[in-house]
Design a protein around this ligand. Structure first.
Ligand code: HPA
Length: 286
């Protein structure tokens, strides 16, 4: 059977709604409460969109929403496909390609991560400035794409103006956002303390199991990208005792209101500043 293309998935999405948001938000662990702030126009199960892999991790709903967040039209993906679930990189990044084909131009990726930097505390939020890809795979490997080679520049993967909007949103909430380098591992096991010591020496500030493949694929499609981590725990060997998914979820639950308000403010600011949206001021396109 021929597998679905991102373009066919995008065509299906266009039939679901007349809304044409340019901002998409991918909700990682800890960020699902953003949905409480969303004025929902349409909600669809990922299962009905051709080519979308169904996420398998509990707590990830696997739904796509169209609606307004802080007054701005948005597409929200609740539940993503992870590499650690066994999906290949093409599947992991399929949704991002479909969003680009739909007309999304700006992508906010969110995730839960372990903190390495001494000043980080569980419950902090970190704006990604850069990443280290330790997943052992690249989503552009072997990809044949009609209009682009795989030799994508990643000098500025995380768009400075979008990053600035995250900081402005944080300031409005009196939340002091951290910034740092995210190191992606394949998971699903957590890291050893020796790995964490090595990663810290390499310049990592946080470690997690997602985001990097999507960011690379998004840059390949020409999307502007921002990414935000919820530091749900201190990484192995820094955290006193052992790590568990339950600890990750409990920190995420503790900061759920801040996460939801932060993303809502970001979306509101985006609507006021991005090109082509109401109240837009001029903003350079990279
Ligand atoms: N390591 C990897 N991924 C994670 C962690 C961690 O400590 N916390 C949340 N996601």
């Amino acid at each position: 059977m021929k597998s679905a293309s991102p373009e066919s998935a995008a065509a299906r999405l266009k039939k679901i709604t007349a809304l044409r948001p340019t901002l998409a938000i991918v909700l990682g662990s800890g960020f699902h409460p953003v949905l409480t702030e969303l004025r929902v126009a349409e909600k669809v199960s990922l299962a009905v969109i051709p080519g979308f892999p169904k996420p398998t991790v509990c707590g990830h709903a696997g739904e796509l929403y169209f609606g307004h967040l802080g007054g701005t039209p948005v597409l929200v993906l609740s539940g993503r496909a992870h590499f650690y679930e066994g999906h290949d990189m093409e599947r992991v990044t399929f949704a991002v390609r479909a969003l680009a084909a739909f007309g999304i131009t700006d992508l906010l990726l969110t995730n839960a991560a372990g903190g390495l930097k001494k000043s980080f505390r569980p419950g902090d939020f970190m704006v990604l400035t850069d990443h280290l890809n330790f997943m052992g795979a690249n989503p552009l490997r072997g990809l044949r794409h009609p209009n682009a080679s795989g030799f994508v520049d990643l000098t500025e993967t995380y768009d400075p103006p979008l990053r600035a909007l995250l900081f402005r949103a944080g300031k409005k909430l009196r939340l002091k956002l951290k910034r740092g380098v995210y190191l992606a591992v394949s998971g699903p096991s957590y890291e050893t303390p020796a790995e964490i010591r090595a990663f810290a020496r390499l310049g990592a500030d946080a470690v997690g199991m997602s985001t990097v493949p999507e960011a690379i694929a998004a840059r390949h499609c020409g999307l502007r990208v921002a990414a935000l981590s919820c530091i749900t725990n201190l990484a192995a060997g820094i955290h006193p005792g052992t790590l568990s998914h339950a600890d990750v979820l409990s920190t995420a639950a503790r900061v759920k209101k801040s996460a939801a308000h932060l993303i809502r403010h970001f979306s509101e600011l985006y609507g006021k500043t991005a090109p082509g949206t109401p109240g837009a001021t001029t903003r350079s396109k990279k």
